[in-house]
Design a protein. Structure first.
Length: 107
């Protein structure tokens, strides 16, 4: 086999592999569980920024991701039920809520 043909074939295969892998993942829709303590009205600005950041990275809600928002509305009694929901709908990722952001009764 000609050395140039061999190198060209190997290089072409290496360059095409990432494209094939990306094409295989295009069909998967990832689920994000978004849980926050404040009410929807209070947290909507942060949720909008979160969506905008995802969009900037190429993640479009309803196309390649689904974001399930849950708002505790500052009622800490709802935290266990709302925190269990992403597990039920099999979220792929759930943004971490820093303990400093939770009311003292949740800690």
């Amino acid at each position: 086999m000609n050395r140039r043909v061999f190198i060209g074939t190997v290089a072409g295969g290496l360059l095409a592999a990432p494209l094939a892998a990306e094409a295989q993942q295009a069909g998967k829709v990832y689920r994000i569980g978004y849980l926050t303590v404040p009410s929807r009205a209070t947290a909507q600005g942060v949720a909008d920024k979160f969506q905008h950041g995802l969009r900037d990275l190429g993640w479009i809600d309803g196309q390649n991701i689904v974001v399930n928002y849950r708002f505790v509305d500052s009622n800490v009694n709802r935290v266990p039920d709302l925190a269990a929901e992403p597990v039920r709908f099999r979220a792929d990722v759930m943004p971490r809520i820093r303990p400093g952001r939770l009311p003292s009764s949740c800690s």
